[in-house]
Design a protein around this ligand. Structure first.
Ligand code: ADP
Length: 445
């Protein structure tokens, strides 16, 4: 660049000397000085004009076109333009990087709140807005502990022991449990990470309840069995034969109850862990339903009138064993919860279109297996919970009739695996109808 200016000054001097010498030869030294002065003034005006253009260009928008000039000014304009372009490019790269970091932080499944040493919020991602019911727009710059005042949270921040996360039961969102952890970074800055573990906690509670329920269910029969067995082992001869028979009968009864419970638990566990790989076989419904009716009659011991109606020769695709277990549970419930003299009807029919039933198994044709009874019925408040494991309307009646509290949970699992749904209609004192509705794609011709 300096060589450019050196050459320009060199040319300027040469021209000045040449003009001076030429004018001096013809008009004398005064005119020669005046001519050189005039030429220099003209040159100065031209430079001032170029300077004005430069200032106008610098003040204009960043994308204004570069002024076109000559000589050194052209080189100066181009140089400036190049610098502006490089700086703009660098800024663009930086803002793109920042934008993609922001988008990545927004996309994280965890909540993030960045805050400074005064606990003022610097940045919040959308997930954290949801977790704490905050707004990035209005709450930025506010003190975190003014917005989240829960004593557990404030104590966690005050203690400053951030190696362990805090399990935080939110008072803003019902039933929400968050796992919080503060991560210090940079110059006294911190990140508060929040993860919603409500679902995990619910599963953990379910697991605990399930273990407590199973233990409770096994404890009663086991106590009976152990008690009588101990009694007899201690002094067998002290009891009359009839008494011994009675005690042994009770032991057998309670052992059978435990066995049923274990069998149902194994069935449930097999259904839960079996994935969707159940046998897809062609299940002829008529023989299956006839054998279920025979079992129900055996259980009823002639105390009920049991009928079977089949609309048309029927076949569905699925697992025969699972369907036998589900249909058998519905039929045995009907027998167990219907007083002697009552009627129990099993039926299979295919409904075309929506069939006026809300089409819960899909909009097209569906196959319905229904078990209706004229039994004790179920009050409406119990209906939504019937398929929960160990849920019983009347605990003692269920036990008396040999129930495990798992029958309808098994039914629901089997139906779900066959993309079918269970509908229950019931009226206390009048009876119940349990309908298993299969989608058309399960029906075989
Ligand atoms: P359980 O082994 O106790 O019968 P289920 O899961 O089969 O367990 O049924 C859950 C509860 O639903 C039963 O305890 C009973 O209170 C109620 N229930 C099921 N089927 C009928 C029915 N047909 N009539 C009346 N109540 C029923």
């Amino acid at each position: 660049m300096s060589s450019v200016w050196g050459r320009a000054i060199g040319w300027l001097l040469c021209i000045a000397v040449f003009v001076y010498a030429l004018v001096r030869v013809f008009h004398g030294p005064q005119w020669a000085l005046a001519a050189v002065g005039g030429a220099l003034l003209l040159l100065l005006c031209w430079h001032l004009h170029q300077l004005g253009r430069l200032i106008r260009w610098l003040r204009g928008p960043l994308d204004a076109p570069l002024p076109v000039s000559r000589g050194a000014w052209d080189i100066a304009f181009a140089g400036l333009h190049r610098r502006v372009r490089i700086r703009t490019g660098q800024q663009q790269v930086l803002s793109d990087t920042l934008e993609s970091f922001t988008q990545a932080a927004q996309a994280l499944p965890d909540g993030i709140i960045a805050f400074n040493r005064h606990r003022q919020i610097i940045w919040i991602n959308a997930r954290a807005e949801g977790h704490f019911q905050l707004s990035a727009e209005t709450d930025g710059g506010q003190a975190l502990t003014n917005l989240i005042r829960h004593p557990d949270f404030v104590a966690y921040l005050d203690a400053g022991r951030y190696e362990e996360p805090l399990v935080f039961h939110s008072d803003r969102v019902d039933g929400q449990t968050l796992l919080l952890q503060v991560i210090p970074y940079g110059n006294d800055q911190n990140l508060l990470l929040s993860r919603d573990v409500s679902q995990l906690e619910r599963l953990e509670t379910m697991r605990r309840d399930f273990i407590a329920n199973v233990s409770h269910e096994l404890k009663t029969p086991l106590t009976v069995v152990a008690g009588f067995a101990e009694m007899l082992a201690d002094d067998y001869a002290a009891y009359a034969e009839a008494e011994v028979k009675h005690y042994l009968g009770l032991i057998c009864e309670q052992s059978a109850r435990m066995q049923r419970l274990i069998e149902d638990l194994l069935t449930l566990s097999a259904l839960e862990t079996g994935g969707s790989g159940q046998a897809e076989e062609r299940v002829e419904l008529e023989p299956l339903l006839r054998s279920i009716v025979a079992e129900a009659e055996a259980l009823s011991g002639g105390r009920h009138e049991i009928t079977l109606s089949i609309d048309a020769p029927a076949c569905i695709s699925g697992s025969a064993n699972e369907l036998r277990s589900a249909f058998g549970n519905l039929a045995s419930n009907a027998v167990r919860y219907t007083p002697a003299g009552g009627h129990i009807g099993l039926s299979w029919r295919v409904r075309s279109g929506n069939g006026g039933n809300g089409g819960s198994a899909g909009g097209g044709a569906c196959g319905e297996f229904a078990v209706s009874d004229s039994g004790i019925g179920i009050a409406p408040q119990h209906l939504p919970r019937l398929t929960e494991r160990f849920y019983r309307v009347d605990r003692s009646r269920s036990r008396e009739t040999g129930g495990t509290g798992l029958g309808l949970a098994i039914v629901k699992h089997v139906l779900t695996r066959h993309q079918a749904v269970l509908d229950v209609h019931s009226e206390p004192g009048k009876g119940s109808t349990f309908v298993a509705r299969f989608p058309s794609r399960r029906l075989l011709g």
